[in-house]
Design a protein around this ligand. Structure first.
Ligand SMILES: Cc1cc2nc3c(=O)[nH]c(=O)nc-3n(C[C@H](O)[C@H](O)[C@H](O)COP(=O)(O)OP(=O)(O)OC[C@H]3O[C@@H](n4cnc5c(N)ncnc54)[C@H](O)[C@@H]3O)c2cc1C
Length: 413
């Protein structure tokens, strides 16, 4: 049996490792357009590799996998985060689970994950600097793989070429006539533009507000959690999550939208008004700038935005001004005018449509013997180790589908 794997990333290399373990005699060739295998894994998690998550905080998979949650739910029954952690631990990788539920190698070194996978791939041929240009269906469900300098026929082809924000990254699949969901970026931070007559919020860069609730006005897209003010706008977990939920909607609007922030998390206006009124009633002589219900610099910024001097005494703040402050705390409005990469840690929303594949085996319905795994499919997640988990799970399922097929071939009923 000859198998070609296209792309030596997380999904491709994990698939090769499992295949080699169960079918040590099989010929497995990986084609990689880059100069080395697993180059992206080496830089994941800022070089520490957030390889999975313990999922204890996950209430519903559709909050984690905005695209592909039904598929992931099904596949996790066969190989989930616990199986992944067990697999790496059995390979000698010690793991740690952070307070935020993200799982890293204890060594804090992504290269440990890279070397573990490479060790498992001994006997697999890896052709680097070989971009696959075409997959051509031949007789008897075999396939011709072509690069600029190689051309070979295989029984099975596993496509693990990862995400690509440009549709042209999938041109090599054109002969297969698949349904493609146009790719757009996900996991980005927002550029913010403001009126020129006030000091911009970006002056507060570096401030993290731990508990915010944010939404895109006029839509159902919302998220919550820490928000980081940056020198170009807004970032942090709440923003990245929102960018993931609304990835396609934002792309269609050329990243122009209105963001509403509740700086006090889930607190409703009525309770915020009561809280502020109480604080002002208790301290009538104090300056409004000194009773800050949120971090002081941000409070002063909101006062400035509402043209209220921080020196004004609480007793002199009118009901109308109080209403304005409550609105600023619960529904602070910003204009999003573009997107920015967050530490270059983006993923692709879109790719090969899930309608093309059998959800149990990840085999192509039209072309038996071709399988898909990882970010090349229309599956992507928010940050937290969930994207790599999808790659490990899908790589494993494809390997087992091929092994299963092989066992059936060797032992026909
Ligand atoms: C900077 C950064 C940090 C990240 N950190 C994390 C993290 O800590 N945790 C997490 O869960 N996720 C993280 N992600 C996301 C995660 O890395 C990806 O979702 C995951 O690597 C996808 O795995 P994959 O195997 O599908 O694709 P990839 O790992 O991207 O591998 C695809 C491979 O295919 C090759 N290729 C593409 N086209 C061809 C072709 N035509 N012929 C031959 N080869 C081809 C590419 O060169 C590449 O090596 C991060 C992403 C980035 C960009």
């Amino acid at each position: 049996m000859k198998t070609a794997i296209i792309g030596a990333g997380a999904a491709g290399c994990f698939c090769a490792t499992i295949l080699k373990r169960f079918l040590p005699e099989a010929q497995i060739d990986i084609y990689e357009s880059g100069s080395k295998p697993l180059q992206k894994v080496a830089i994941t998690g800022g070089g520490r590799c957030n390889l999975t998550n313990n999922f204890t905080d996950v209430k519903s998979l559709n909050q984690i996998y905005p695209r592909g949650f039904n598929l992931m739910k099904r596949l996790f029954k066969c190989f989930d985060h616990q199986a992944t952690m067990r697999w790496f631990e059995e390979e000698g990788v010690k793991l740690i689970i952070q307070d935020d539920h993200c799982v890293f190698p204890k060594s804090q070194d992504a290269m440990e994950i890279v070397s573990t996978l490479l060790r498992g791939m001994q006997g697999v041929r890896i052709y680097t600097r070989q971009r696959v240009k075409e997959i051509l269906p031949c007789d008897n469900h075999s396939y011709k793989i072509s690069t600029d300098s190689r051309c070979e026929i295989y029984d099975n082809v596993v496509v693990t070429s990862g995400g690509s924000p440009k549709a042209s990254g999938l041109d090599f699949l054109s002969e297969l006539a698949l349904e493609i969901v146009p790719p757009v970026p996900s996991l980005f931070s927002f550029s913010i533009s403001e009126k020129e007559d006030i000091t911009p919020i970006t002056e507060l860069m570096g401030i993290v507000v731990k508990d915010t609730e944010i939404r895109l006005t006029g839509t159902k897209f919302k998220s919550e959690g820490p928000l980081l003010i940056t020198h170009w706008g807004m970032s942090g977990p709440a923003i990245l999550r929102l960018s993931s939920y609304a990835a396609r909607w934002l792309a269609e609007r050329n990243y122009e939208a209105t963001l509403s922030i509740n700086w006090l998390g889930g607190m409703i206006e009525e309770n915020v008004r009561k809280m502020l009124q109480q604080q002002m009633d208790d301290n009538p002589k104090k300056q409004i700038g000194s009773i800050h219900p949120i971090t002081q610099r941000l409070w002063h910024y909101l006062l400035q935005k509402n043209r209220i001097e921080p020196e004004r005494r609480c007793a002199d703040v009118s009901g109308k001004l109080l209403n304005k402050l409550v609105a600023s705390l619960c529904n602070d409005i910003y204009h999003i005018c573009g997107q920015n990469r967050y530490k270059d840690e983006f993923v692709t929303c879109g790719g090969v449509s899930l309608s093309n594949i059998d959800p149990n085996t990840l085999e192509c319905k039209k072309h038996r013997g071709i399988y898909f795994a990882g970010e090349v499919l229309d599956v992507d997640a928010v940050t937290g180790g969930f994207n790599l988990q999808a790659a490990w799970t899908m790589g494993y399922i494809v390997a087992h589908s091929i092994i299963q097929g092989q066992v059936t071939l060797l032992n026909p009923k």
